[in-house]
Design a protein around this ligand. Structure first.
Ligand code: GSH
Length: 250
C-alpha cells in the first residue's frame, strides 16, 4: 500500500496519473495546503521541501529494506514508481533512452514547472495591481518551454518517441492548464495534439478528477490578498520548525 499525499494541482496530478495508469494500490492522504498541512513535522519528515506530491510506500521492492519508504519530488516519485511497477520507462539497458528520460524529467523540474508555477502566481494569485510585469515575464518564459516541447514533438507522438512514459506524465499537467494560465495553444499544434492524446486516456481522466472540488478556484479562491501566509513564504517558518524539531529530539 502506498500513501499518496495529494492536493488537486498540476504537480499532484503527475503522480496521480502514474498511480492510476499502473493500478498500484494507493491510499489518498488529502492535503489542505492553505491550512498549512505541508508544514506539519510528520509531513516534513516525508517531504523536507514542505510541498506535495509525496508518497510513503509501506511495501518497497527488494533492495530498499523493509522500513516504509518516503519519496518526495514528483520526478523522483515517478522514477520510483516506474521501477516498482516495471512500466512507463525504458529499461536500464536502453542507455540512450534512459539518458533522454533523465533529461526531460530534469527539464520539466527545472524549466517548465517553475515557469508555469510563477506564471500561475502572477495570473491568479498576485495582488491585482502588481500583476503585469510578472505576468508578462513568466508568460514569455512559459511559452518558451512550450516551444521546446513543440519542437520535440515535431516527429514523435510522445516525448521519448513512440511510447508514452513518465516523461509525458511529468510535463502533461502544465501543458494541460495552458488556457487558465492565460496562454494559448494556437502556436503549438504538436503540443495541442499530444495534450489531447494524453488527456483522453481513462487513467488521466480519473487522475485529474481526483478531489476536483478542492481546487483553489471560484468564489473562495485563496490569493495573496486573503492568504499571505502560504503565498508569501520565506525562510522563517521552516527554520523555526527545524529548531523545534531539534529541541524535541534533545
Ligand atoms: N518540484 C516539485 C513542486 C511541488 C510543488 O510546488 N507543490 C506545490 C503545489 S503545486 C505545494 O505543495 N505547495 C505548497 C506550498 O508552497 O506551501 C514537484 O514537482 O514535486
Amino acid at each position: 500500500m502506498i500513501d499518496f499525499y495529494y492536493a488537486p494541482t498540476p504537480n499532484g496530478w503527475k503522480v496521480a496519473v502514474m498511480l492510476e495508469e499502473t493500478g498500484l494500490d494507493y491510499q489518498l492522504q488529502p492535503m489542505a495546503l492553505h491550512d498549512g498541512d505541508q508544514f506539519a513535522p510528520a509531513f516534513l519528515a516525508i517531504s523536507p521541501n514542505a510541498k506535495m506530491p509525496a508518497i510513503v510506500d509501506h511495501y518497497p521492492p527488494a533492495g530498499y529494506g523493509e522500513a516504509a519508504l518516503p519519496v518526495f519530488e514528483s520526478a523522483a516519485i515517478l522514477i520510483y514508481l516506474a521501477e516498482k511497477s516495471g512500466q512507463f520507462a525504458p529499461p536500464e539497458s536502453h542507455r540512450r533512452q534512459r539518458k533522454e528520460l533523465a533529461e526531460w524529467l530534469f527539464w520539466q523540474t527545472g524549466s517548465q514547472g517553475p515557469m508555469g508555477g510563477q506564471l500561475s502566481h502572477y495570473k491568479n494569485y498576485a495582488p491585482e495591481d502588481e500583476r503585469s510585469y510578472g505576468f508578462d515575464r513568466y508568460l514569455g518564459e512559459y511559452e518558451r518551454t512550450q516551444a521546446v516541447l513543440e519542437n520535440r514533438l515535431r516527429d514523435r507522438p510522445y516525448i521519448l518517441g513512440n511510447d508514452y512514459s513518465i516523461a509525458d506524465m511529468q510535463a502533461f499537467p502544465w501543458a494541460f492548464i495552458a488556457k487558465p494560465l492565460g496562454s494559448s495553444l494556437d502556436s503549438f499544434p504538436n503540443v495541442a495534439d499530444w495534450r489531447e492524446r494524453i488527456k483522453n486516456r481513462p487513467a488521466v481522466q480519473r487522475a485529474i478528477n481526483l478531489l476536483k472540488d478542492n481546487q483553489n478556484r471560484g468564489e473562495n479562491k485563496r490569493t495573496v490578498d486573503n492568504d499571505s501566509e502560504t503565498f508569501n513564504q520565506n525562510a522563517d517558518r521552516l527554520l523555526a520548525i527545524g529548531k523545534s524539531m531539534r529541541n524535541d529530539q534533545a
